[in-house]
Design a protein around this ligand. Structure first.
Ligand code: GLU
Length: 291
């Protein structure tokens, strides 16, 4: 067993019902934690009320229980964490690691990469809009357990990024980092669509003096027309499928080979016994079936 207690997590945004793409992250993070004798926690990322679909948080939780994935601790709701996000922003502002920005979208260059316009407090008589993190580190390198070595030029491709949005909401990048630290997360297993965010999160962790978890980015489930299956694309909700079929399909997608026809309990027993992350394909396998 690992000397450091492993803590994994699943962190859905309540923007729709649980769909196959999210189920992959739930199953992958659950098995990576459980097979190392670790804990698996659940966090509802409800910090963007305009994007939220009413009732979807409780429907996602119900689905996870129905599928046999119960969290090893209380569910954390990001909507209850605003004071912690604000405290981190205040800490960064005080240390000169973040600054108020007056720019509108129109002030950004076509690349979308912020050029440091407000770093020195140019106000132009406008009201401050967002808070950005000062990015001074040239590059970010990390090793993803599945995708291998990743290297990103922070100064060229990322720039000073938003941690408190102009509409008053806390940015996903900030909330996820503050809460991964708060929940003691040691490994993040999630979809490869978030690979791009990881360097921002690693940089924020370093700036705030936090530990960094290990990362594993899973292949994305794609619909027949090549789009990522997402809640926004109204992918077929998992709730329409028998639990053992949904879990078995997720396992197959993740490169595992469960015996056909197992009921839910023996299927999980098989999965915990036989989970092998080396079998996970890096990208979508050709035969990936839709639940
Ligand atoms: N809440 C994000 C989503 O549902 C996932 C965040 C994460 O795993 O870091 O896409």
């Amino acid at each position: 067993m690992n000397p450091v207690p492993v803590v994994g997590r699943f962190a859905p945004s309540p923007t729709g019902d649980l769909h196959f793409g999210s189920l992959i992250s739930a199953v992958g993070s659950f098995l990576e934690a459980k097979t190392q004798g670790g804990k698996w926690l659940l966090r509802v990322e409800d910090i963007d009320p305009p994007r939220e679909v009413k009732g979807s948080a409780s429907r996602i939780i119900d689905d996870l229980y129905r599928l046999g994935m119960e969290p090893d601790g209380p569910i954390l709701y990001q909507s209850s964490r605003y004071a912690a996000y604000q405290a981190s922003i205040d800490q960064l502002l005080k240390a000169g690691r973040a600054f108020a920005c007056w720019c509108t979208r129109k002030d950004l260059p076509p690349s979308g990469v912020y050029q440091g316009t407000c770093r020195n407090g140019i106000r132009n008589g406008r009201k401050p809009r967002a808070i950005r993190l000062l990015v001074t580190q040239e590059t970010c390198d990390f090793s993803d357990a599945l995708q291998g070595n990743v290297s990103v030029s922070l100064t060229r491709d990322v720039g000073d990024f938003v941690i408190h949005r102009a509409d008053g909401l806390y940015a996903y990048q900030l909330a996820v980092v503050v809460d991964d630290q708060f929940q003691g997360i040691t490994q993040v297993v999630r979809g490869a669509d978030l690979l791009d965010s990881t360097c921002r999160q690693l940089y924020l962790q370093k700036t705030l003096g936090f530990d960094s978890p290990a990362y594993m980015h899973l292949p994305l489930a794609l619909s027949a027309d090549g789009h990522k299956l997402s809640k926004r694309l109204q992918a077929d909700p998992v709730k329409h499928h028998a639990p053992a079929v949904a879990v078995a399909t997720a396992l197959l997608f993740l490169g595992q080979n469960p015996p056909a026809g197992l009921a839910l309990t023996p299927l999980w027993e098989w999965a915990i016994e036989n989970w092998n992350s080396k079998l996970i394909p890096r990208s979508k396998p050709p035969s990936a079936a839709k639940v």
